[in-house]
Design a protein around this ligand. Sequence first.
Ligand code: ZN
Length: 337
Amino acid sequence: MKLRICMGAVLLAGAAAANAEANASANAAAAQAAAQPGPGSTIASAAPAGRGFDIAITVDDLSAHGSLPPGMNWPAIAKSYLATLKAHRVPEAYGFVNALRLKDAPGSEPVLDIWRQAGYPLGNHTYSHLGLSQAPSLQAWEDNVKQGEPPIQARMAGADWRVLRYPFLDAGNGAAGDPGRHDAAQAWLKGRGYRIADVSVSFDDWAYTETYARCLAKNDTAAIDAMKRDYFTRVDAAIARMKALSQAVYGRQIPEVLLTHMGAWSAATLPEVMARLDAAGAHYVTLAQAQLDAAYREGGPQAANGTLPERAATEKHVDTSGLPQVPQVGQLDAMCR
Ligand SMILES: [Zn+2]
């Protein structure tokens, strides 16, 4: 269940100076706004002036992301995940379901009920994690979306379950020979009552999943410690880039939407990830609250493809070359073989 984000980088020199100027005034305005809490403020948002941010947490690939490490079970992983989110007062975390996993990941089906019992909603991630561009046809992809609905609908009576997260954040723009697929899929989803769960930031947690399972099987704690150092360094860099990118593209801090995955690595590292988000000024909100922001309603020919601010930077020809970079994921494939 890998997430691949393929973004064409279009960097135009010359925009940097104008952006820096716009950012300076926006930063001043943001600092002023933060110093005078509005009616929506809570204690949890009491971050250093100008540095706080709203963020919605979302979790993909329920009921089971990747391989199950030896000695673990899916319900326990889900409970660990939820305990961490609740400890950080996360008001809502959509869990996006690949219903095929209820069959091919034995023992994982209770995860959906555990998620609901925690008061968190479920949404659709297609039946078999089918990328829209890779689907043999738009019809085949639509059928896959529909096939994923029953187990979600059954657990979401009276609640809003028509929320879709595109697998691989692939909104169809890469469909060879089918340039209309993106727009057609967007229209079909809207007609079926769906809204799209966009993503603004991710820490590539999925990339560590299989290596973690192998290293646990070998009881290689040194390798796991090295993976965690690599990962948390990248988390910090991604948070720094997230903030800088928001300022560069929008001249302000937009509400963020974080993509994580329902797997053993993600659950094990989530406490440290949440601590780092807290330290960076996170204030947890719902997906709907985050997506109320104008940044999430811009639409366009690439809507929902890849991550929002990186996509917007490309479309708006914003020079991101001077922003904090996130290091590449380390050499995980060779570890614990
Ligand atoms: Zn996924």
